[in-house]
Design a protein around this ligand. Structure first.
Ligand SMILES: C[S@@+](CC[C@H](N)C(=O)[O-])C[C@H]1O[C@@H](n2cnc3c(N)ncnc32)[C@H](O)[C@@H]1O
Length: 206
């Protein structure tokens, strides 16, 4: 994928940022324990207000790989039959939560750049038995989803990692149906980064 233009940043090019994220999230897929400065897994999900009845229906190996920074469903619950896109689905935790909300008439598509994360997401889907999930390799900056497909786009702790925020937001609005919803939770910068951090590929993936 090419660098996305001069409209928003300086720093490593997109390929390098994506490669750093692939390395980091391959390690997280193997073992999420101790990889983050914030709480993860079941304790975090409970604290963030995920519904206990849904948590209890999701395989433990999927819940333990929840490394999101918030709960996008506090902004509104998906309705039965909806099409939901989970940008940066990781191990598939939010995708499974969405799968239970939308039910058999709905569909959830999880997209992630990391094949390692997608492998554990697909294994978790087999264990959980949800037939209404599909996981695709792809990038927030170029989503592998047709225009106007989604009733709801969710994203949890991912857009801060996107190499070009403008491209990622543009893609979200391209794939949403007219009147569709975008419910994202994320980390935001409150000040400019020093140049050494801005140019550090590992920091971009972290
Ligand atoms: C902090 S984890 C969050 C995973 C998941 N949303 C959750 O809540 O557990 C960030 C995820 O975003 C993925 N990711 C990072 N940059 C991405 C990009 N540009 N496009 C798609 N996925 C990306 C990583 O591979 C990783 O799985």
């Amino acid at each position: 994928m090419e660098n996305d233009g001069a409209n928003e940043r300086t720093g490593p090019d997109t390929e390098k940022i994506h490669a750093a994220s692939r390395r980091r999230y391959a390690a997280v897929a193997r073992n999420p324990a101790g990889q983050f400065s914030y709480p993860t897994g079941r304790d975090s999900a409970e604290r963030l207000g995920y519904r206990t009845d849904l948590l209890n229906r999701i395989p433990a190996d999927v819940v333990v790989r929840f490394v999101g920074v918030g709960n996008p469903f506090t902004l509104g619950e998906p309705e039965p039959g909806w099409s939901v896109l989970d940008v940066g689905c990781g191990g598939g935790f939010d995708s499974q939560v969405a799968g239970h909300y939308v039910g058999p008439a709905g569909l959830v598509c999880g997209v992630d750049l990391s094949e390692a994360m997608l492998t554990v997401a697909r294994e978790g889907q087999m264990v959980g038995g949800l037939a209404n999930l599909e996981f695709r390799q792809g990038y927030a900056e170029k989503l592998p989803v047709p225009s106007g497909w989604a009733d709801l786009v969710i994203s949890n702790g991912v857009l801060n990692l996107a190499s070009c925020k403008a491209a990622a937001f543009g893609e979200v609005f391209r794939v949403l149906k007219p009147g569709g919803r975008f419910q994202a939770v994320d980390l935001v910068l409150i000040a400019d980064l020093p140049p050494d951090l801005r140019n550090d590929e590992f920091a971009w993936s972290n």
